[in-house]
Design a protein around this ligand. Structure first.
Ligand SMILES: *Cc1c(COP(=O)(O)O)cnc(C)c1O
Length: 428
């Protein structure tokens, strides 16, 4: 067998069942034929890349309602390119100097502390790569308009607003208020909407640049999309092609994939697709509630994406068994089942129906039934005297004692897929 055949065999036998949604660490999207056929057609060709970007701009504009658009290597690259564009505009000399910002007046990016996220990489680092400095306003869980107002001085180059399940979801400045404040100070707003379905709302609300991933819900190959105001997009293109975007360059396959994904998106029967996903969710819900020790309920997406996920908790009687253990055991089954585990320290994980087939969901359920059997080894908690659910008990002297296996501040962090060391394939 040739080495190529060997690798192909390895590739096809190392798939995982993705119950966690659009995860970069799991390969992001299952690219459909309509997109991969066009990408494949482009691969043997020489093409004028700027002409291709021009075409992409028109398609992005039509899909988002923005004046123009450009394709980047990823949404994370879009943050670098977008921030750089807000600092230099179309000044090529200034663009070429970044990350040296000494000759620039506007070099600060304002962000709410609750929006300082990590999507596999830190948003602060992506901004810092450009030479800009971030100014964080508010506290981790609370920001207000007066703090934004105070931060918007003559050095502010951009306001950065993140719409994502990763952010703190309460007590943040709303997007309309954020845009109104920034625009009153003549500061453009960049919205990181990498993982959002809605391609129009953020532009319609007045955002100057909006970033999307081409490989999340759009289903394309790895790429990013910037949509926005024409002059800023022009500046983005300068950075993308010849400035600091060069080492994170997007090739013809990425640009073609974005065009194909956006055109397909307009023609897709979204309701039929989401109905099929919801049927999958309901199946998961019903079957999990038949498993002793587990409890399942529906959970809407926090940012408004059209997904109903299934939230899984351990029955109170089994409360000594952290849900993280179930998630870990599932990841060890074969094929590995990867759940949405960001919140296991709060006692639940979620199952996302959008990136698995019906067959994969059924297979995952079978593996979950096996894993749940291990829960029975755990002694159910003592039946307290009608005090209700709590993460505490009483010591011999009758004093309250916290249960260190239950409280999030004692919880050993659940390892996500990203944390796994790369496993070199074994020699056959
Ligand atoms: C996924 C994600 C990113 C990164 O997107 P890539 O296209 O994979 O670089 C950035 N921001 C948010 C909010 C995300 O969810």
């Amino acid at each position: 067998m040739s080495q190529l055949d060997n690798f192909k065999q390895w590739l096809l036998s190392h798939r995982v069942i993705n119950m966690s949604g659009t995860m970069t660490a799991l390969g992001a999207a299952r690219v459909p034929n309509e997109i991969s056929e066009l990408v494949r057609a482009s691969l043997p060709l020489f093409l004028d890349i700027s002409e291709l970007q021009h075409h992409a701009s028109k398609v992005i504009a039509a899909a988002t309602g923005a004046e123009a658009g450009c394709v980047t290597a990823s949404a994370a690259a879009g943050i670098c390119v977008g921030v750089a564009a807000c600092m230099t505009g179309s000044d090529r000399g200034a663009a070429e100097q970044l990350p040296d910002t000494r000759k620039l007046d506007k070099t600060r990016v304002i962000i709410q502390r609750g929006h300082v996220v990590n999507y596999g990489g830190s948003i602060l680092q992506n901004v810092a790569l450009t030479g800009a400095r971030t100014v964080e306003i508010g506290t981790a869980i609370h920001s207000e308009g007066y703090q934004l107002h105070h931060a918007l001085d003559g050095e502010a180059a951009a306001g950065l607003y993140v719409v994502s399940h990763h952010t703190v979801q309460s007590s943040q400045i709303s997007l309309p208020e954020f845009i109104e404040g920034c625009h009153a100070a003549n500061v453009p707003v960049i919205v990181d909407a990498a993982s959002e379905y809605d391609l129009k709302t953020f532009i319609a609300l007045g955002a100057d640049l909006v970033l999307y991933s081409g490989h999340k819900f759009l289903g394309g190959a790895t790429a990013g999309i910037i949509a926005g105001e024409a002059d800023l997009v022009k500046a983005c293109l300068i950075h993308q092609t010849s400035g600091l975007g060069r080492p994170m360059k997007v090739g013809k396959e990425g640009i073609v994939s974005v065009i194909a994904a956006l055109l397909r998106w307009q023609e897709l029967d979204h309701k039929a697709l989401h109905q099929a996903e919801y049927r999958r969710s309901r199946l998961l819900l019903q079957r999990i509630n038949e498993i002793e020790g587990l409890f399942a309920e529906e959970s809407p997406d926090p940012t408004g994406n059209p997904i109903t996920r299934i939230r899984v908790t351990v029955d109170p009687g089994y409360s000594a068994a952290p849900i993280a253990r179930v998630a870990d055991l599932l990841a060890q089954t074969s094929p590995a089942v990867i759940v949405r585990g960001h919140h296991v320290d709060l006692g639940f994980f979620e199952l996302d129906p959008c990136n698995c087939s019906d067959e994969e969901a059924t297979q995952a359920l079978e593996q979950l039934v096996d894993v749940a059997k291990a829960l029975k080894d755990v002694t159910p908690g003592e039946d307290e005297l009608g005090l209700g659910p709590r993460f505490s008990s009483y010591d011999e002297a009758g004093l309250p004692v916290v249960d260190p296996t239950q409280v999030p501040w004692m919880f050993k962090r659940h390892k996500t897929v990203q944390d796994k060391p790369y496993a070199w394939p074994k020699e056959k």
